[in-house]
Design a protein around this ligand. Structure first.
Ligand SMILES: [Zn+2]
Length: 205
């Protein structure tokens, strides 16, 4: 089962690049990490439905730094529990689908690219470059931090060919997600849908 789904997800990631090709260059540059937005990839093969959610941590817990304080830790644990509650987050019309796997990861990106770009325009002489280097070293000790939740879901449906709608409660559950871009492959047919709190449903053709 996994062997056949993996190439499909690979295919889907190529599709994602195509879908975002007409967006402003700076959004693509940062790996499409835009606060308020999230992506959901779905692949249905027979009765097996696999989904992958990518969301900036800002949308889910309201911060992206390492959770050190007890309060932040608690927020993080609650968010992970909510993201793992797959049967609460997805509702299916046409057939019933049960969650068989839900895995939530939080990844940190500590690159200091944004600061580096800010300083590039200040370079004038060699002497300044020398100073500039020192400034930048100072900055890299406090890098711009971004973090992202990646949640993977596997559902087993009674009859995948009868699946008609998937209702996604993520936008309801996490008010920080304003837009959810869904890219899907349902039994070899592919498409995309932009979900919002007002239209949280993916139609299965
Ligand atoms: Zn961020």
């Amino acid at each position: 089962m996994n062997a056949s789904i993996k190439p499909m997800l690979l295919l889907l990631s190529l599709l994602t690049v195509t879908v975002h090709a007409d967006e402003p260059a700076e959004q693509v540059q940062h790996g499409a990490h835009v606060h308020g937005e999230a992506t959901l990839q779905l692949v249905l093969q027979g009765n097996d439905l696999e989904m992958e959610l990518h969301s900036p941590a800002m949308n889910i817990i309201g911060f992206e730094h390492q959770a050190v304080s007890a309060k932040d830790q608690q927020k993080l644990q609650q968010a992970i529990a909510a993201l793992e509650a797959a049967n609460e987050l997805f509702r299916f019309q046409g057939t019933s689908c049960e969650s068989v796997k839900a895995a939530v990861n939080l990844s940190h990106d500590t690159s200091a690219h944004e600061h580096e770009h800010e300083h590039e325009h200040e370079e004038t002489t060699d002497h300044h470059n020398e100073q500039h280097k020192h400034q930048e070293e100072g900055h890299t000790r406090e890098p711009v931090q971004h973090s992202e939740f990646i949640a993977r879901y596997v559902f087993r449906c009674d009859n995948g060919s009868r699946l008609r709608q998937i209702n996604v409660a993520l936008l309801q559950q996490f008010s920080g997600i304003h837009r959810l871009d869904a890219q899907w492959i349902f039994n070899a047919r592919q498409g995309a849908a932009e979900l919002s709190a007002d239209s949280p449903t993916i139609e299965v053709p």
